[in-house]
Design a protein around this ligand. Structure first.
Ligand code: SAH
Ligand code: SF4
Length: 363
């Protein structure tokens, strides 16, 4: 192992040049990086994993992101929208099984009807769980007013990935129109923080045209934005999307996987007390992907609790795992896997981002 890397890993913060050096770590060096981030995790957030039961309640989307399997123009997808009862049943499952939080995620829709529906559902979730369940939502770009209404109705965390902070790359992976605008996405993140949400963002790693410099800049963006939570994973091609044409440009799945792990690791080292999710896309490349993410610094897992019959239709990318299972299957399988990774499960604990409270105290 080269000494410069050993020295670098003694530091708590990195310049762009240093990030590039660390992102290029392979073999033994890469393991040193993961070891360091595991230490930081144990010290600052502990070896506990928090569950967020994930309900992917609708694949109807008004947007057309070039990478995503449920984009509006993909006519091959069977569209679904769970009824309120199905959503609330999934939520009850989470509550009964001591998942302390749920995540509601769907395609992006901006309409009065959608806003109202979510607002009512949020109140209902609080109701049926005696205010016990924490609620994260991931429903794309909305006006500040809508974000506020949902916050007032009980959601307290929001996930909105920036996807890429490089305006040129962002433009290449989205249609060039007013519905797909990086500045608006950044404004949305600012509104979420302003309102008081624990705010999460992230990127896709291993996109066509994405350079190591882009990834280093994304890490710096996340740090400078002082984000509370991170959800990131490898980009995985989907054959019914325009970006499938660029698949020849992609790094191998293994390279994308390790690149994503390195980004998790670096963010843990730099930001210390944020929450980091072990994304499902990690598992799509490596069956032990989420466990490896936990060992490299992640501390949140989002077990899928969407009713099994809909899972096949929420395929953002190919090889999405566990689409033929039900929530009960996921629950027991996961517990064993997490123990294998050496972590404990924080059953019944919200596991909020420590960073959020520190940030709010300092404001
Ligand atoms: N519609 C909402 C939430 C659902 S999409 C939104 O876009 O914010 C959730 C995430 O899935 C996106 O942020 C994106 O990063 C990820 N995603 C979409 N297509 C993907 C693909 N082909 N490979 C990996 N991740 C993908
Ligand atoms: Fe819709 Fe989100 Fe997919 Fe974009 S990434 S097409 S907004 S579901």
């Amino acid at each position: 192992m080269k000494n410069d890397l050993k020295e670098l890993l003694e530091k708590e913060d990195f310049s762009k040049k240093e990030l590039l050096r660390l992102l290029s770590a392979e073999g033994e060096e890469r393991n040193m990086l993961y070891k360091k981030s595991a230490e930081v995790k144990a010290r600052y957030v502990g070896r506990k994993v928090y569950y967020r039961g994930l309900v992917e309640f609708s694949n109807i989307c008004g947007k057309n992101c070039y990478y995503c399997g449920i984009r509006r123009d993909n006519k091959k997808v069977k569209r679904y929208n769970l009824g309120d009862k199905e959503i609330l049943d999934a939520v009850r499952f989470a509550y009964k099984n001591k998942y302390a939080s749920v995540v509601l995620q769907s395609g992006e829709l901006e309409s009065e009807g959608f806003t109202d529906r979510i607002e009512k559902l949020l109140r209902e979730i609080k109701n049926i769980s005696n205010n016990q369940l924490g609620i994260t939502i991931s429903l794309g770009e909305q006006t500040k007013d809508v974000y506020r209404r949902w916050f007032d109705a009980g959601a307290h965390r929001y996930l909105l990935r920036i996807e890429s902070s490089n305006p040129e790359l962002y433009r290449r992976i989205h249609p060039d129109d007013k519905n797909h605008n990086l500045n608006r996405r950044i404004e949305c993140l600012k509104s979420l923080k302003d309102i008081g949400y624990q705010t999460g963002t992230g990127i896709m790693v291993g996109l066509p045209f994405q350079t190591p410099e882009d990834i280093a800049d994304d890490i710096l963006f996340i740090k400078d934005f002082d984000i509370d939570m991170v959800g990131l994973g490898p980009y995985i091609e989907h054959e019914d999307t325009p970006m499938y044409e660029q698949r020849e440009l992609l790094p191998s799945p293994g390279e994308r996987f390790h690149l994503a792990l390195k980004v998790i690791s670096l963010l843990r080292i730099i930001m210390k007390d944020i929450n980091i999710a072990a994304a499902t896309a990690m598992q799509a490349i490596d069956p032990m992907g989420r466990e490896k993410a936990l060992m490299a610094g992640a501390n949140v897992i989002m077990p899928n609790i969407t009713p099994g019959k809909y899972r096949d239709s929420y395929k953002l990318y190919k090889n999405k795992p566990c689409t033929d299972e039900e929530a009960e299957d996921c629950s027991s399988c996961l517990e064993a896997r997490i123990h294998m990774a050496g972590d404990e499960i924080g059953y019944g604990e919200w596991g909020d981002s420590k960073h959020y409270f520190k940030r709010r105290k300092g404001e």
